[in-house]
Unconditional design. Structure first.
Length: 102
């Protein structure tokens, strides 16, 4: 929802839409109340659960720093700026210990 006065993004607050810039308020309609409003700042990243590890590739040349097992599931994720290398996350195939390599 965008403010009709200044065009800024409006946020729901106490049953009303409130402009983040000029403070303009307008009521939320019945149709809008039935829609799910998602606050992106409060969303969490989804983490794989144990049963999903089997779909990940395994690197047999990696040694777990906790139990010494050779072999770990791995996945890549871009955790920093696009011009920097991605981070490799490992999960031990034996004890489930997680660590990362930058």
């Amino acid at each position: 929802m965008f403010c009709p006065k200044c065009g800024s993004l409006m946020y729901p607050k106490k049953g009303k839409w409130v402009c983040s810039k000029c403070g303009y308020e307008m009521p939320i309609t019945k149709e809008e109340k039935n829609e799910k409003i998602v606050d992106k700042a409060k969303e969490k990243e989804v983490i794989l659960i144990d049963s999903e590890f089997s779909v990940l590739p395994v690197d047999e040349n990696v040694t777990c720093p906790k139990c010494g097992n050779r072999g770990a599931y791995w996945m890549l994720k871009q955790t920093r700026a696009a011009d920097e290398p991605e981070t490799r996350f490992y999960i031990c195939t034996k004890c489930g210990y997680r660590w990362r390599e930058y």
